[in-house]
Design a protein around this ligand. Structure first.
Ligand code: HPA
Length: 245
C-alpha cells in the first residue's frame, strides 16, 4: 500500500505532532508545488504533508498549483490524499466547529488549471466524477471518527467558490438552492485532479464561520481564526487516527 498524504489548508500550514523525516522540493511537469513535500511520522504511521497555501500562507486559492501538489504527492509515494478544508456553513447542520466528510461537490471556480488533459498531452480522458470523493477513504475517516468519539456530519455537499473574497449573501442563497451545505475555496480542482491522477481523495472539512447572510452579522477573520483554533485539536485527532488505520 502507498502512503497517506495530507494537504493542509487554512490553519494547517504545518501539522502539529508531525515528526519530520525529510522534505523534498520536487520538479513537476506542472511547475512549482506550494512547498516541499514533507515526509514524517504521525503517531506510528509515515505520512506525507504539503500546505496548499505555502509555508507562510502566501498563495491565494486561485494561485495554488493544484496539479503540481497532487503530482508531487503521488510521485512521493502517496495513494491516498486527505484534503483539509476550512469552510463556511450554509445549511443548519453545518454550524461553526462542525466537522464533516463531504460526499459531493459543486464547482463554482473559474480560470484555474483544472485538468491534466489540457491539450498538450495528445490524449483526453473524461474521468467519471459521479462520486467525487473516494468512498473507501471517506468511510475510513467516518469510522475513525466514531472510534475516537468525534462527532461529525458524515456527508454534505461542498461548494467550491473562487475567492479570495468571501461570498455575497445572494451567492450563498444560490449555493443553498443548488444543494450546497458548506462553502470553501480550494476543494476544486483538487478533488477532480486527484481522480485524474488515480489518487483516492477525501476531504475533511471543518466549519469556521456561518456563510454570508447565515448569521445576523458580517464575517470577521477574528471569528474564523477563533473557530480554526477550536477545531484544530479535533481535526488532528481524526487525522492521527486515520493515519494509523
Ligand atoms: N466562504 C468560502 N470559503 C470559506 C468560508 C466561507 O464562508 N469560510 C472558510 N472558507
Amino acid at each position: 500500500m502507498g502512503l497517506l498524504a495530507i494537504i493542509g489548508g487554512s490553519g494547517f500550514k504545518s501539522l502539529p505532532g508531525l515528526q519530520q523525516l525529510d522534505a523534498r522540493q520536487l520538479e513537476t511537469p506542472y511547475g512549482d508545488t506550494s512547498a516541499p513535500v514533507t515526509r514524517g511520522r504521525l503517531g506510528e504511521a509515515e505520512v506525507l504533508f504539503i500546505p496548499r497555501h505555502g509555508p507562510s500562507h502566501h498563495l491565494p486559492p486561485h494561485r495554488i498549483n493544484y496539479r503540481a501538489n497532487l503530482w508531487a504527492l503521488r510521485e512521493s509515494g502517496a495513494d491516498r490524499v486527505i484534503g483539509l478544508a476550512a469552510v463556511g456553513g450554509i445549511t443548519p447542520a453545518f454550524g461553526p466547529c462542525v466537522i464533516s466528510v463531504p460526499d459531493q461537490v459543486i464547482d463554482y471556480t473559474h480560470g484555474r488549471e483544472h485538468t491534466l488533459y489540457d491539450g498538450t498531452t495528445g490524449e483526453v480522458e473524461h474521468i467519471d466524477l459521479t462520486a467525487p470523493y473516494s468512498d473507501a477513504l471517506r468511510q475510513a475517516l467516518i469510522d475513525v471518527c466514531s472510534e475516537c468519539g468525534q462527532s461529525i456530519v458524515p456527508h454534505g455537499c461542498y461548494g467550491a467558490t473562487q475567492g479570495p473574497r468571501l461570498e455575497t449573501a445572494a451567492e450563498i442563497r444560490r449555493c443553498e438552492r443548488d444543494g450546497c451545505d458548506m462553502v470553501g475555496m480550494t476543494g476544486m480542482p483538487e478533488a477532480s485532479l486527484a481522480r485524474e491522477l488515480r489518487l483516492c481523495y477525501a476531504s475533511l472539512a471543518f466549519v469556521v464561520n456561518w456563510a454570508a447572510g447565515k448569521s445576523g452579522s458580517i464575517i470577521t477573520m477574528k471569528e474564523i481564526e477563533e473557530n480554526l483554533d477550536l477545531c484544530a485539536e479535533r481535526v488532528m485527532a481524526v487525522l492521527t487516527a486515520a493515519a494509523q488505520s
